[in-house]
Design a protein around this ligand. Structure first.
Ligand code: UDP
Length: 333
């Protein structure tokens, strides 16, 4: 069985679905603090899925999973991921993201499970010295979220050397879109990400554009939006890489292309075929002007190739937004 921590969340659920559709047996471990039981209920329709509610901060919760299930490898998502919150409350981030991961890794050692794919982030690079950012770029995070992920990357290096616990760390850029059939998608409460916030905007609540005075061609921040299904495929390839004896490594996951906030906004208006109310606001603290991935390494070593463009991500996100409204009102599952 493949254990997915945080599998009731956005990216974890897309990886779970992709594995289930490949006929793999999956066990999701999730506290449901940020994940949603509705997502688990949907996923259960698509294969052999077991769900355990638990918290990585409780070592016995996660030991119990290894004790009663034959786990062959782990994909680890469970973490807090809001940059602003991490600056205000670093304790919460280090305790959950670092201590929680230590409990997971220690349980893996105890039960002789030696392969893990870890959800890392471009935030481990900090303010970029150059773009596109390759994996050789220095890692100097500028917030506690990025630090917590970098600390875990370092722990994984040491566990590899000492205990032969092999890891693949996937450093995501901006993840976007939803399942192609709108079965699952992004569901954060409250939502902070760009595309869902544009899609949710209406006459009552306009979209807030954070800063139009950056040193970029149109003054708004440029990001590399990677489609969530492409991202899920990279996790499957990373698992295959580890199964084939691949050594501990780390890869950027992005498209290699950048789009500005204004470009994304315009593409959303075109997709929705309506004007979206927008308000220009001050810059959001901690936002670098430009983040773009150099993705050559993942292409070469994992054989990964992103297929879906930004427009596709916006279309699928929009279909999911419509479904989410119905799920939240209890109309469908
Ligand atoms: N952004 C925005 N309004 C929003 C959410 C995001 O203008 O409601 C901007 C944000 O300042 C950044 C870009 O969109 O420049 C991407 O932000 P997001 O939170 O989606 O991802 P991040 O880059 O923080 O990982």
């Amino acid at each position: 069985m493949i254990l997915i921590t945080g599998g009731a969340g956005y990216i974890g659920s897309h990886v779970a679905l992709a594995l289930l559709e490949k006929g793999k047996d999956v066990i999701i471990f999730d506290s449901l603090e940020l994940g949603h039981i509705e997502i688990i209920d949907i996923l259960k329709k698509y294969g052999n899925l077991k769900f355990v509610q638990g918290n990585l901060k409780n070592i016995d919760d996660i030991r119990g999973v290894f004790l009663v299930n034959k786990i062959e490898s782990v994909v680890h998502f469970a973490a807090y991921s809001q940059v602003g919150e991490s600056v205000k409350n670093p304790q919460k981030y280090y305790y959950n993201n670092v201590y929680g991961t230590l409990n997971l890794l220690n349980a893996m050692l105890e039960f002789n499970v030696n392969k893990i794919v870890f959800s890392s982030t471009a935030a481990t690079y900090g303010e970029p010295d150059y773009v596109p950012i390759d994996e050789k770029h220095s890692q100097k995070p500028i917030n506690a979220y990025g630090n917590s992920k970098l600390i875990v990357e370092r722990i994984m290096d040491d566990y590899d050397k000492a205990y032969d616990l092999r890891s693949v760390r996937l450093r995501y850029f901006n993840v976007a879109g939803a399942d192609s059939k709108a079965r699952i998608g992004e569901w954060h409460e409250p939502e902070t990400h760009l595309i869902p916030n544009i899609l949710k905007a209406d006459s009552k609540k306009s979209f807030k554009m954070f800063g139009d005075d950056y040193e970029t061609p149109d003054g708004t921040c440029v990001r590399d939006y990677i489609n969530v299904e492409d991202l899920a495929q990279a996790h499957i390839m990373a698992l295959e890489y580890l199964n084939n004896g691949g050594r501990t490594d780390y890869f950027n996951l992005g498209t290699g292309m950048g789009d500005s906030v204004k470009e994304v906004f315009k593409a959303c208006e075109e997709t929705l075929e309506r004007k979206i109310p927008v308000e220009i606001c001050p810059r959001r603290a901690g936002d670098p002007a430009k983040l773009i991935a150099d993705n050559k390494k993942a292409k070469e070593i994992l054989n990964w190739q992103p297929k879906n463009n930004l427009l596709y991500s916006i279309k699928t996100a929009n279909e999911w937004e419509k479904k989410l409204v119905r799920i939240k009102s209890g109309i469908i599952l």
